[in-house]
Design a protein around this ligand. Sequence first.
Ligand SMILES: C[S@@+](CC[C@H](N)C(=O)[O-])C[C@H]1O[C@@H](n2cnc3c(N)ncnc32)[C@H](O)[C@@H]1O
Length: 297
Amino acid sequence: MTIPSSSPAFDESKAYIPHPPEGQPWFDDGREIQLLHFVYNQPNIEEIRGNPRKVLDAIDEFAKSQQYLMNVGHAKGKIVTDLIEEVRPATMLELGGYVGYSTILFADAVRRAGGKRYLSLERNPEFAAVATLLVDLAGLRDFVRIIIGRSDLSLHKLYTSGEVKHVELMFLDHYKPAYTTDLKLCEYYGMVSPGTVLAADNVLSPGNPPYLEYVRSSVAQKRKAVQDGAGKGYNYEGIKEHTKNQYKNKEGDEQPALDFPGNPNIVYESTLHHSFEPTGEPDGVEITKCVGIEQES
Ligand SMILES: C[S@@+](CC[C@H](N)C(=O)[O-])C[C@H]1O[C@@H](n2cnc3c(N)ncnc32)[C@H](O)[C@@H]1O
């Protein structure tokens, strides 16, 4: 199956409340706990129990009628569930789980496709707690593991413990400057090899130019960048100020805990899939496949 690089028109009947204007909170202001109460107070809670689709519907209803939530949403979600059907990973990784919307949507798809487990890496323990309860409600407790901590340290531990040696399919949806540093960490450990597929959210809104540049670069361009000393710390070029500082209040200054040069010899094929935020704002998912590793001559 080939996923088209443009998606159908946005379905307005599913639109979330708009993203609050800049300067106003859009997460971590108590809304995640309100969501839990909203879902568990649904009159049909017994029908919702054990049904991933119905849990997602209840989360969508909250974000349509109560407060905006930074979920991947139905339009971009479909791009990734189609990809799951194509790749059929035994294990899928997710960087940034928030309240568990993408976790439930994608873990259910991986399970249907015959997969074995879904690992969701989430830094904020409160969000992870909310996600744990919603994953449990969806009947996915035995399939999903939510790993609390910053993604670079969790990826390092998954690799060094022998638990994940190869990335089959990874969804990137966390701190935008960390997409590139985390990918380079996976490359450095040899976790990226032909067959690895990456799906990166929000590459148009709020945007992630350094990541797009990296996955679209040729081997020659990446080798030159390494020679020129690239790849130290986060690259904030073209990243919006509010995105850069998004998690500053709770997690302090943003620096990668582990910073690797990556493997410039990896050959990627990368395509932008135009779609929409759950509010209807245009966005895109970048799907990147590792198709080879060039030997140095
Ligand atoms: C946009 S939300 C994820 C939304 C979720 N994927 C969904 O579609 O339902 C981003 C999440 O990434 C988490 N996050 C940010 N930086 C992180 C890091 N370095 N490691 C792990 N999680 C991180 C945030 O706490 C937040 O919950």
